[in-house]
Design a protein around this ligand. Sequence first.
Ligand SMILES: Cc1cc2nc3c(=O)[nH]c(=O)nc-3n(C[C@H](O)[C@H](O)[C@H](O)COP(=O)(O)OP(=O)(O)OC[C@H]3O[C@@H](n4cnc5c(N)ncnc54)[C@H](O)[C@@H]3O)c2cc1C
Length: 374
Amino acid sequence: MDGEDSTIPRDVDVAVVGGGVVGMSAALFLARAGRSVAVFDRTEPWSDASGSNAGTLSIQAMRVEVLAMARLGIALWRRFQEEDGMDVGFARLGGFLVATGDTHIAHLRDYAAQQALSGLELEWLEANRMRDRAPWLGRAVRAATFCEEDSHASPLLAGNAVIAAARRAGAHVLSQTPVESIAREGAGYAVTTRFGVTRCRAVVVTAGPWSGEIARMLGVALPLYVDTNMLTITEPGPKVFDRVVSHVAGILTLKQYENGTCMIGGGWQGRGVFTTGQRKTDYDRLRQNWATATSVVPGLANLRAVRSWAGFQAVTPDALPVIGRLPGHEQAYIAAGARGGFHMGPAQALALSEMIQGRAPPLDLTRFDPGRFA
Ligand SMILES: Cc1cc2nc3c(=O)[nH]c(=O)nc-3n(C[C@H](O)[C@H](O)[C@H](O)COP(=O)(O)OP(=O)(O)OC[C@H]3O[C@@H](n4cnc5c(N)ncnc54)[C@H](O)[C@@H]3O)c2cc1C
């Protein structure tokens, strides 16, 4: 049981189920707004996908449907770092979204046109102009868009900073406390863990890929599936590139940190068995991921990979998140299933926090309504 919060509160305004980036940020916003909050996590908060992702905040790699949320996400990461004094490792480096084959170029043009219509400022680059701007890009790269707003944050630093800030604001953060059941009780809910029952006026489901399980406790069936994403980190090397890089086909994300290590990701799937918790890397796919990375940034070829790992992420059938009230409930909320869920985590959390306080969310959530799957 967690030392700092060894007493389970018996009555709170809001119970948050799942202490990843979404749940912890929601707890932070709600506690700052004066609500009493308890966050329950089955293991350690921020230890699952939120603590083991690539930290890419690439706005131009996001679908237009989530652009407003992605922008708010970056603004909040920046606010954490620059205004709230929380070291979340935020850096606005600017980034390239690259295309290699002809189909990718057509896709990139399409993407850029849609995003420009939504107000995102992008620069189209090819041939000499692209080589001048980014001489470290390989010959395989045929075109790219540059976006000044692309950034990254550090999942590890962010976890420490957000958890500490939520605690300072008064939130109870309870590790090793899996929620076993949730029942309606009067106008609120009774949340049961192995330590007993906590009563609350509102419940927030932010349990990542386990969110479907928690929603079922509330009588709601949602089609949440699980991806097993992989990442590789290299040994430190000389500075090769200084921007965030992503591939328009979703097969590469790349960044080099100040200490010279490179993080290589991009949606290549590992071999996960969600029911047993087993998450293994797939060597052949890692090799393809590595080959894509070194064709896009050939300077990486001199570095050695030191570690690869895999983690679970929730996905929905339409690849858009579920955010809002659970169908049939006035005071049970969910946010899960976002691709780019680290990037948009604080934005999803702020939206829920505003709704719980009876205010309009800062974003139009209509498209993300969990009721679309009811
Ligand atoms: C390898 C990898 C790379 C990624 N790279 C990026 C990236 O670069 N940029 C980006 O934006 N996104 C990225 N993502 C996605 C991102 O990490 C996730 O979308 C995001 O972290 C999800 O946060 P969350 O708070 O919804 O859930 P999680 O971080 O999954 O947290 C859910 C929490 O719920 C808890 N829980 C589960 N069941 C219960 C229960 N019964 N009771 C209590 N607690 C429970 C779990 O213990 C866990 O701590 C990546 C994901 C992976 C796996």
